[in-house]
Design a protein around this ligand. Structure first.
Ligand code: ADP
Ligand code: MG
Length: 264
């Protein structure tokens, strides 16, 4: 192969942004020529590798853009610690059929039972499947909508939030919301209704959402739309954070005990 052809191949690979091929081409071509590899196999290998890395990079950037507070997966979730959760229901959610069906999911439960972990884990699967996915906590969401309203670009902002295939709104009910906030929240839910999937988490039972949204009418309009096509995962159990803290305390106590035993 002439030097000119070789350079042209490299220039074109660069122009086509075939990064993986660019890094492997030198060794690979040499080997292929040496082994007299069939031209179809050469093309197949190069394209398979390139497509593979491109997909991997796209998935990574989708996950990066989703704004998850941490990257946790379903594999990392200990279902035996939380027996009130129907593992099969979560595995069914992991198939992403609910996203295809534009259904919502609400995780309810006291702090530390794994609501954010499960919501993020489903969000990670969504992002891996190239659904546009975004995580935001409820307080920040309302703050952003309020700011947009103040700056006269609410519709634009609502449109952005409405178009995510999967939007995770975490921690509803942790902080009180005024009527203006509830109104903005309603507008977003109404825009997403039957169009895209919303995953929500809350430490408050639905019966307490009147207080969360400061207004019965708005609260029921919000609940009506969220619950129309929705799976509710109600988690009743102990806090995993507390369990971890207890274990650390136990370990510390054991260290103290051994030290004490040695001294005695
Ligand atoms: P919540 O959102 O319900 O307050 P999180 O999902 O933030 O709780 O869980 C608190 C911490 O405990 C996180 O680090 C999470 O990964 C971990 N965690 C919670 N439940 C489990 C579980 N069953 N198995 C493994 N880790 C868990
Ligand atoms: Mg949480």
């Amino acid at each position: 192969m002439s030097e000119i052809t070789y350079e042209r191949i490299k220039t074109n690979l660069q122009a086509l942004n075939m990064k993986n091929t660019l890094t492997i081409i030198d060794n690979y071509l040499e080997q292929a020529i040496h082994n007299k590899t069939n031209i179809v196999d050469v093309l197949d290998h190069i394209l398979m590798q390139e497509a593979g890395t491109k997909k991997k990079r796209a998935v990574e950037s989708q996950i990066q853009m989703s704004g998850f507070p941490f990257k946790k997966t379903l594999d990392q979730f200990d279902f035996s610690f939380q027996p009130s959760i129907d593992k099969n229901q979560i595995l069914e959610l992991a198939t992403m059929r609910f996203v295809e069906n534009k259904e919502n999911v609400v995780f309810l439960g006291t702090p530390g039972v794994g609501k954010t972990h499960l919501a993020v884990a489903l969000g990670m699967i969504a992002a891996q499947n190239r659904y546009s996915t975004y995580y935001i906590n409820c307080h920040q969401l309302i703050a952003q909508l309020n700011k947009a309203h103040f700056e006269n670009r609410l519709q634009e902002r609502l449109k952005t939030f409405a178009k995510y295939k999967v939007l995770i709104i975490d921690e509803i009910g942790y902080l009180p919301m005024d009527i203006q906030g509830a109104n903005l929240f309603f507008q977003l839910i109404a825009k997403r209704y039957e169009k895209n999937t919303t995953i929500l988490t809350s430490n408050k039972a639905f019966s307490a959402w009147n207080e969360v949204f400061s207004d019965i009418t708005i609260a029921s309009a919000i609940l009506d739309r969220i619950l129309h096509h929705c799976q509710v995962v109600s988690i009743k159990g102990e806090s995993y954070r507390l369990k971890e803290r207890k274990e650390v305390m136990k370990q510390k106590q054991q260290i103290v005990n051994t030290l004490f035993d040695k001294q005695a």
